[in-house]
Write a protein that binds this ligand. Structure first.
Ligand code: ADP
Ligand code: MG
Length: 389
């Protein structure tokens, strides 16, 4: 909680230094970690992320000049100007807010001249989705400033389109939906086609561990998996043309279809993972703790069938599972580097952090980072109406 208030305060300070005077409004949106349901969003499946206490805050105010956005994000080096009439991809961080502006304007919203300061403690490029936190915080700030209702799901989808079309990242909607729709004390049971979000009680702590390994394989391997899943669905449709998505196919339908053995394994992951998501949701809805064994099964499926783990992720998962009080662990996010998530007693997770980081560096030569988090709110107003903090 202290941390949240700090990042909003940082955005306000940064605003005052950048533009002089107080912002009208400070809002924030959250980073996220997916508990289970990996590589299913682009297959019509379901996932179960939480918004976390790593947040991006945006301080905003109108200016009287032409319709431009003057924007400054801490550490990026000064105020940059985006002309609303001539938004163009520049291959830098301002593409994220520019993409959101482009979508808002495309949706018929007249965005006046604005001044914007950004502060964030979502680690960038680690897989906790700093990009979606930035997009959603910015879009939420603009809507709030104009007195428009948040329309969280629509805002998230608009931000997803901004990232797909303007930034050029072919992402699913999980990150933006988490950043926008998070609820403290709840995991978010998501479907993607059409997008729906149902909060499920989840008050446990989870430990996120960043492998600190560059995700070099990610882009090429990711699109390879997307293609393999499309091939699997096409093969299943030869047997049963009515199957709407790979996630909706059954193991029986998969067994009856003819396909490359590698493609079959990818499909087996997607279909089995959706079953695990539903089993976890049922357990949480019934008031039980997160079933750690399903996290382990998810990791094994991602490692063996989907081939998106790495030596570092496997090391962290195996190390964590040896600790007393730890009930489950798995890679989270796309894989090929990025983060793992660990489940168990809060004391056990707390005690695990230090030795894990020490021994991981010894074994793998990278400095891991770890964050103990609980489910937090998505986009929210931190301070408004000229309030001072
Ligand atoms: P992830 O979303 O997993 O953190 P991405 O590569 O999708 O990784 O997004 C990271 C990029 O988003 C950064 O390189 C930067 O361009 C942009 N970004 C995220 N947060 C901020 C911020 N607070 N200020 C400026 N740019 C940011
Ligand atoms: Mg991202």
């Amino acid at each position: 909680m202290g941390n949240d208030a700090m990042i909003a305060e940082e955005a306000r300070d940064h605003f005052i230094k950048s533009f002089g005077g107080e912002p009208t409004l400070v809002v924030s949106a959250a980073g996220r970690v997916n508990l289970i349901g990996e590589h299913v969003d682009y297959n019509g499946g379901e996932a179960l992320p939480i918004a976390i206490q790593r947040r991006t805050a945006v301080a905003i105010r109108r200016h009287d000049g032409a319709a431009t956005t003057r924007i400054n994000s801490g550490g990026t080096g000064g105020v940059l100007t985006l002309d609303h009439a001539r938004l163009a991809r520049k291959r830098k961080w301002t593409d994220y807010p520019a993409g959101v502006l482009d979508q808002l304007i495309g949706a018929g919203i007249e965005v006046p001249g604005i001044e914007v300061a950004v502060a964030s403690d979502v680690p960038s490029g680690s897989g906790l989705s700093s990009s979606a936190a930035l997009e959603v915080a910015f879009g939420f700030a603009v809507r709030s400033l104009l007195g428009l209702p948040p329309e969280r799901v629509a805002l998230a989808l608009l931000c997803q389109q901004a990232e797909r079309q303007f930034v050029g990242v072919p992402c699913g909607a999980m990150d933006q939906l988490s950043a926008a729709c998070g609820e403290r004390g709840h995991a978010l049971y998501m479907h993607f086609d059409p997008a729906t979000v149902r909060p499920v009680p989840f008050t446990e702590s989870v430990l996120i561990v960043d492998t600190a390994v560059p995700r070099s394989l990610r882009v090429s391997a990711y699109s390879e998996r997307v293609d393999e899943c499309a091939a699997a669905l096409a093969a299943i449709r030869v047997v049963d043309p009515a199957v709407p998505s790979l996630a909706a196919a059954s193991m029986e339908q998969l067994a009856a279809a003819t396909m490359d053995p590698i493609v079959r394994r990818r499909a087996r992951h997607v279909i089995s993972e959706c079953g695990r998501v539903r089993a976890v949701v049922d357990a949480l809805a019934a008031g039980r703790r997160f079933p750690g064994e399903l996290a382990v099964a998810s990791h094994e499926s991602l490692r063996d069938d989907y081939a998106c783990s790495s030596a570092e992720l496997d090391w962290i998962v195996e190390y964590a599972l040896r600790a007393p009080g730890v009930t489950g662990a798995r890679l989270t996010g796309a894989g090929w580097g990025g983060c793992a998530v660990v489940f168990g007693e809060p004391g056990a997770l707390e005690a695990l952090q230090h030795p894990l980081i020490r021994d991981y560096e010894q074994a793998m030569g990278h400095k891991a980072r770890a964050w103990l988090v609980t489910a937090d709110d998505g986009a929210r107003v931190e301070a408004g109406g000229g309030a001072s903090g």
